[in-house]
Design a protein around this ligand. Structure first.
Ligand SMILES: C=C(O[C@H]1C=CC=C(C(=O)O)[C@@H]1O)C(=O)O
Length: 408
């Protein structure tokens, strides 16, 4: 957790043929990958110039920002490009619950970036890391699936208990999750999962940070200059052959609209004091992924004063898309009813550069990979009108993204 000696950071612009940058996943030399990719663009990294592991705490975002400020301030930077993600960068993944689980920030030794017609690579610190493939990725074999801490019947009981509490007026909404375990014959290579997720969910943010790998559709906040954006998601239906019917059912569902409104209202309330302009549509739109459809509210704002993306993350997390309403009661209810360590699932995951720009998603549709094992997470928002069997089915649909990434 110490601050490394003065880091030499050099960004090199790739001009002319940028085709080698067009497949960022293919450039990762080994499984300890850092990644943030959407529609083939983004940044990937590897190696560790600096790492911070923070135990819980409400102040974990502030402590992370302060640590990073000192790491970046002590760096000597050559960055002729000066775009978001060039120069020194940290990837990060925070615990969902301030009371449990570690948060991790990693400043990689090598970053490759590709966005908006720019391609670049950045080296950080001495001892150059390999720039070429060390170990070719091998797909997992012999995968066995098992229940995690919460099996299906336990999840349905927790949902029923939450509905009772909501109907009794203790809170309005809570998100409850469960887990699933996969064990493979040999260590699971993160790059295989990244490849499959990025191919199947190009409009999602495919991410990897310290063993947490996934493809989330939910953007917590993107900050580029003074501009901030968020995509609030809550309310879900599985896609099927009668797609238009499913979409119309979701859009008309009072339960899903209620579930969504808590999340959109909270994001509006959290961003309003930070922004001098803020646009939040009154009605959600539909976001179609390959396996399901969400209600989505795209939010845009202009910051009223200089704030880093981590300041905005701190103001937003946890939104009712992963916590509930009111937030404190929802967190207590999750601790009492969920009976599972979320770790970094449903926490903020993303990257930040030395200018304070960055992109952070909510770590959904993901798994924590440790050697031969993967622990998958999925949850759903519970309101007064929720049905335990339907909520269980929703987690099964949500698991499919990572199950497919592991099974192939
Ligand atoms: C908590 C999850 O999804 C959230 C995001 C979108 C839709 C959700 C829902 O409809 O319940 C959840 O709020 C998850 O995927 O594990």
């Amino acid at each position: 957790m110490g601050i490394p000696d003065r880091l030499a950071v050099r960004t090199t612009v790739v001009s002319g043929d940028v085709s080698a940058h067009e497949d960022l996943v293919a450039r990762l030399p080994h499984s300890e990958a850092l990644a943030w990719i959407r529609h083939g663009e983004g940044i990937v990294g590897w190696g560790e110039a600096a790492r911070l592991v923070l135990p819980g705490g409400e102040d974990r975002f502030t402590r992370a920002r302060e640590w990073l400020a000192s790491v970046f301030a002590a760096a000597s930077v050559e960055d002729p490009l000066g775009v978001p993600g060039s120069g020194p960068v940290a990837f990060g993944s925070f615990s969902f619950d301030p009371k449990s689980g570690d948060s991790v920030l990693i400043v990689p030794r090598v970053v490759l970036g590709h966005r908006d017609g720019h391609a670049w690579y950045t080296t950080i610190g001495g001892n150059p890391e390999p720039l070429a493939l060390l170990r070719p990725p091998v797909p997992p074999t012999g995968v066995r699936w098992a229940d995690g801490a919460i099996d299906a019947s336990r999840h349905m009981r927790a949902v029923a208990a939450a509905v009772e509490r909501i109907r009794a007026g203790h809170l309005s909404k809570v998100v409850l999750a469960r887990d699933l375990l996969a064990t493979a014959d040999s260590p699971i290579d993160t790059r295989v999962l990244l490849r499959r997720l990025a191919d199947r969910f190009p409009s999602c943010y495919t991410f990897a940070c310290a063993g947490l790998v996934g493809a989330t559709p939910e953007l917590l906040v993107r900050r580029m200059g003074g501009q901030v954006e968020s995509l609030v998601l809550a309310g879900t239906i599985a896609r099927d052959a009668a797609d238009d019917v499913s979409a119309a059912t979701l859009f008309a569902s009072a339960k899903d609209r209620e579930e969504h409104s808590y999340a959109a209202d909270m994001v509006r309330a959290a961003l309003a004091p930070l922004c001098r302009e803020l646009t939040v549509p009154d009605e959600p739109e539909l976001l179609r992924l390959s396996n399901l459809i969400h209600l989505a509210t795209p939010v845009r704002g202009r910051l009223s004063e200089e704030r880093s993306v981590l300041d905005v993350v701190a103001a937003l997390h946890p939104t009712p898309a992963v916590g509930g309403t009111p937030t404190t009661d929802a967190l207590e209810t999750i601790r009492e009813l969920e009976l599972m360590e979320r770790g970094r699932y449903a926490g903020p995951v993303g990257w930040i550069d030395a200018r304070g720009d960055g992109e952070w998603g909510i770590a959904l549709r993901c798994a924590h990979i440790e050697g031969t094992r993967a622990r998958l997470y999925a949850g759903g928002g519970i309101v007064a009108g929720s049905d335990p069997a339907a909520e269980l089915a929703e987690t099964q649909t949500k698991f499919r993204a990572m199950r497919h990434a592991i099974d192939g």
